[in-house]
Design a binder for this molecule. Structure first.
Ligand SMILES: Nc1ncnc2c1ncn2[C@@H]1O[C@H](COP(=O)(O)OP(=O)(O)OP(=O)(O)O)[C@@H](O)[C@H]1O
Ligand SMILES: [Mg+2]
Length: 377
């Protein structure tokens, strides 16, 4: 049985894309066939995994062209073996889709119908849709196409203002378009451990949407903000960090809440290190404080946010070994452990491979450069 989930909040910069990227990567590591759909014209999810994206192919085949009927769904799917997921990338042209598709009959269910037909041919286990920060036609298409909604909410003063509006839209979609739509999960994100405000907001949030707020939260972490500039999930960028551990717990709790079985995870063997390091056995993780089991690795205590570790090569079960494209940033003969000697400060844009830089006329597509807050205990 497949699960499809839209990550939605009309408020911008609350961590939707970051959550989709890392939830997908974690469930991919658990052996699920995961498809990510970037439904945001900003294409941040696509850019998050820039090192694995074929840019020429993205120009020809992307979610905009799929929705316009200009390319087949299957043509737009790009595998990201280093993260054990596939993605339907976005494109800045998608910004025109709101009014272009707005004229069509059945405009709110275009994605639902196209995705449904595609899944009959290619049965993915989990489909994650990254929504734009608006409640327009693209978000309605996402809500009509999925089974479940996950709402990331930034733990700050203004966070609650949009929640009532979002609830109304979800209810409207449920009553008019999709009675089976479930909303069971709200994830507090970007929690600043240095203030009490976050805790207060989360408490208030619990009053607004009782029973939906996860026990596990995502704090502001430098490593999380750095990972996209390396084209990686937190698990391959800093798998032993407290940030990765927090994401594992949140992912497992989301899985528990929406009925996805939590499985043991394996790390993919990245092409740029497959021949370099001997496989390392993955250690079992202690049970989660919140009760959800985890298949992840033991991590350092939060007091000691580890330097980004080299991605760990763990021998996957037979049949789970992936051939990955070459990462152009890493010379093939260099040991993986020396790959990122000191990525402590926010990495410069030059870490992004040249071909992944959006052309100047598409600067609007580039990820926002909200500064990450230093990790705190
Ligand atoms: N836990 C975190 N710690 C530190 N930085 C984070 C964390 N989560 C997200 N960020 C950073 O915050 C910014 C916004 O995150 P993200 O792009 O995921 O939000 P979004 O809701 O998808 O934004 P938009 O509404 O524009 O699509 C990004 O620069 C991201 O790297
Ligand atoms: Mg986003």
């Amino acid at each position: 049985m497949s699960h499809s989930i839209a990550f939605i909040n009309q408020k911008g910069g609350v961590g939707k894309t970051t959550l989709v990227a890392n939830v997908g990567a974690w469930w991919g590591r658990q052996g699920y066939r995961v498809l990510l759909i970037d439904l945001d014209p900003q294409a941040h999810l696509t850019l998050h995994f820039h090192s694995g994206i074929d840019e020429d192919r993205r120009e020809r085949s992307n979610i905009y062209r799929v929705l316009r009927g200009e390319c087949a769904f299957a043509e737009a799917v790009q595998p990201l073996p280093d993260e054990m997921v596939s993605i339907v990338p976005s494109h800045i042209d998608l910004s025109a889709a709101e009014w272009e598709l707005g004229q069509e009959v059945g405009r709110e269910v275009i994605l639902r119908d196209l995705l449904g037909a595609f899944l009959e041919e290619e049965p993915y286990d989990i489909i994650l849709v990254d929504c734009p920060p608006s409640l327009g036609l693209l978000s309605l298409n996402a809500l009509a196409a999925v089974d479940d909604v996950v709402v990331p909410v930034q733990a700050e003063f203004f966070a609650l203002l949009g929640t009532a509006q979002l609830m109304r839209v979800i209810e409207l979609v449920r009553s008019r378009l999709h009675p089976g739509l479930e909303w069971r999960v709200v994830v507090p994100t970007l929690v600043d451990p240095r203030t009490n405000l976050g805790r207060d907001v989360i408490q208030e949030l619990e009053g607004h949407v009782p029973g939906k707020v996860t026990r596990n939260w995502l704090r502001k972490r430098v490593k999380v903000a750095e990972a996209p500039s390396h084209g990686r999930s937190i698990f391959s960028y800093a798998g032993d960090s407290p940030a990765a551990d927090e994401f594992r717990k949140v992912c497992d709790e989301i899985a528990e809440r929406i009925g996805i079985e939590v499985r043991p995870a394996v790390e993919p063997v990245r092409s740029d290190e497959a021949d370099l390091e001997p496989p390392v056995e993955e250690t079992a993780s202690p049970p989660l404080s919140g009760g959800a089991p985890s298949g992840g690795k033991e991590t350092a205590p939060p007091e000691a946010e580890a330097e980004p570790t080299s991605p760990t090569a763990v021998d996957p079960p037979s049949g789970a070994r992936f051939e990955a494209p070459i990462d152009p940033t890493v010379p093939k003969s260099r040991p993986a452990a020396k790959e990122d000697p000191a990525p402590t400060p926010a990495p410069p844009a030059s870490r992004i491979p040249q071909e992944a830089h959006p052309p100047a006329h598409r600067l609007a597509e580039a990820p926002s450069s909200e500064p990450a807050v230093e990790d705190a205990p």
